[in-house]
Write a new protein. Structure first.
Length: 187
């Protein structure tokens, strides 16, 4: 293990001292070995999916308008590919990920109302399990009713769209609560 660290350190030191030469060599190698480069890249992407998603999300939110513009241009320049994608891939993905789509839609609506934060599907599932899939107002089980996300401090009253401001309630209880600030978690 120590030998590997020594080798890595040597390579890093060489790279820093000869950065321009190393970049040029890397570029030339990629040009000579395009298939191998693609295979290495693909393997790296598959091994670091979560890390890559996090990195891409940070990059996107650092300059969202740039990436939206880039996507719009790609769709204009590749309209046939975009149509083909939506025709073939999207319906299948949509049918397999309805819960994810609902969550993304809820986050989008909250953003449009000016709320700060985002609740992931994983966080929502965790919260439901934490309260044993019970409506915290009427204590009905999640198997009997469909649980909805209720904002303790409503977004209309300045509440945030974060998991700490969410409680699981059934639809009738959520509608009854309306825009009142009621925390059923403490009862």
């Amino acid at each position: 293990m120590e030998k590997l660290n020594i080798k890595k350190e040597r390579r890093r030191k060489y790279y820093l001292e000869h950065k321009q030469i190393a970049l040029l060599q890397s570029y030339e190698w990629r040009k000579k070995n395009p298939e191998r480069y693609k295979a290495i890249n693909k393997k790296s992407r598959l091994n670091n999916i979560e890390k890559r998603k996090k990195y891409e999300k940070l990059r996107y939110w650092a300059n969202p308008e740039k990436y939206r513009k880039k996507t719009r241009l790609w769709r204009i320049n590749n309209s046939e590919k975009a149509k083909e994608y939506h025709k073939n891939y999207f319906p299948k993905w949509k049918s397999e990920n309805m819960e994810q789509i609902r969550q993304l839609t809820k986050n989008r609506k909250a953003r449009l109302k000016g709320a700060v934060g985002e609740v992931t599907l994983l966080e929502w599932k965790w919260l439901k399990e934490k309260y044993f899939n019970l409506c915290l107002a009427c204590f009905k089980r999640g198997s009997e009713i469909k649980l909805t996300q209720d904002h303790i401090v409503p977004i209309s009253k300045g509440g945030k769209n974060i998991i700490g401001n969410i409680q699981p309630l059934c639809k009738p209880c959520n509608s009854t609560k309306s825009t009142k600030i009621t925390d059923y978690r403490q009862i």
